[in-house]
Design a protein around this ligand. Structure first.
Ligand code: UT7
Length: 329
């Protein structure tokens, strides 16, 4: 019997309608389109408006669209892993809520938290269940309502993030397609530079933490940039070397969309031309766990069976990694 690999066999994305443009942000904080565009590459981001809506609503939309597109019943799904840094609640998991919302009654479900690298960590985890033959249909959904943890009076972070979700279906493949290799890394000493100060067990919520604005993202942008630009490029080069790939062998680089300058540096290090880099940061900003599946969703029509893709991410933790896969359809 041939070896079973885990292949993405379907993809769908969902972003809210509301577009928060650089122009509108300029009326909220001391910033301007020129600064945001030249430093980040972002022009607008989507925001989930309305009461009582969380990351699970973004994720459920992406999963529902995926099931419909694949003509699969929700009951057929074995497992749902949700990568999110903005869960609906600390517990239960957002994956459980998504499973309930889409009617995936036979799936077990859990969240995986690795900040902006969560989608890659989840994809790698899910692939092991498939490769071992344990499960046949797994959905990995990256969903983040980043606007729920952004201080819209803080110009260094509010210009970067947006809301969105993307979901992939993972199934067994016997043609050698799908996920070929993964390199995942973390370094918790980076936690000081990108985190949320309060609301966890270390510093539970209180009037003081709210007054001190400690329930928003804190980022030391310059330091994170330095680590991101080096590590995302290094890990992408490492996975290429390990698999004897050159820039010419890569059909697409699918990078986490945190900053266009980080993406350019990664592509440059890999020897991959800009025409082979998926880039939608200008439209959606940094949707954290949504960035990579949203790229795949938008580029789905251009992908060909057998294409070599390198997925790469860097995020809070620090966490980072790359996945090499062969597109399966
Ligand atoms: O996805 C998770 C991982 N996160 C990342 O990968 C993000 C990594 N970091 C970055 O992308 C960049 O560091 C930022 C986009 C966050 C910031 O860009 P930067 O080029 O590193 O700017 P900076 O923080 O060094 O700030 C330069 C100047 C400062 O003014 P002074 O001190 O030079 O007078 C800031 O106060 O730009 C100022 N500034 C702004 N000006 C206009 C900071 N934010 C803004 C703004 N509009 N929104």
């Amino acid at each position: 019997m041939s070896k079973i690999t885990a292949a993405i066999t379907g993809i769908h994305g969902w972003v809210p309608e509301y577009k928060l443009t650089n122009e509108e942000l300029s009326t909220m904080v001391d910033t301007n389109d020129e600064w945001i565009t030249s430093r980040t590459g972002i022009k607008e981001r989507r925001i989930l408006k309305g009461e009582g809506l969380g990351s699970s609503d973004l994720g459920a939309k992406a999963v529902e669209g995926l099931l419909k597109k694949k003509n699969i019943k929700a009951e057929e799904i074995d497992l749902i892993i949700c990568a999110t840094a903005t869960p609906d609640m600390i517990f239960p998991s957002t994956a459980c809520i998504i499973a309930d919302k889409v009617g995936a009654k036979n799936a077990f479900a859990y969240d995986l938290m690795a900040a902006c690298s969560g989608f890659l960590f989840s994809l790698s985890t899910a692939s092991k269940y498939i490769e071992s033959g344990t499960y046949k249909k797994i959905i990995v959904v990256g969903a983040d309502k980043m606007s729920s943890i952004i201080d819209y009076e803080e110009r260094t972070t509010c210009v970067i993030f947006g809301d969105g979700a993307g979901a992939v279906l993972l199934e067994p493949n016997e043609e050698g397609l799908g996920i070929q290799d993964a390199i995942l890394k973390s370094d918790g000493s980076g936690r000081d530079y990108l985190h949320m100060k309060a609301g966890g067990s270390l510093k539970p919520s209180s009037h003081e933490t709210v007054d001190a604005k400690e329930h928003y993202i804190y980022q030391d942008g310059k330091t994170v940039f330095k680590f991101a630009v080096t590590n995302m490029a290094d890990v992408s080069a490492e996975i290429m070397e390990r698999n004897q790939l050159t820039g010419d062998d890569i059909a697409w680089l699918v990078p986490h969309q945190a900053n266009k300058r980080i993406i350019d540096a990664t592509a440059n290090r890999m020897g991959v031309g800009t025409e082979k880099v998926m880039l939608n940061i200008q439209k959606f900003g940094n949707t954290t766990n949504g960035t990579i599946p949203l790229c795949l969703w938008e580029w789905e029509d251009k992908l060909k069976k057998g294409d070599n893709l390198v997925l790469a991410a860097f995020g809070g933790g620090f966490t980072w990694g790359s996945i090499y896969l062969k597109w399966a359809y």
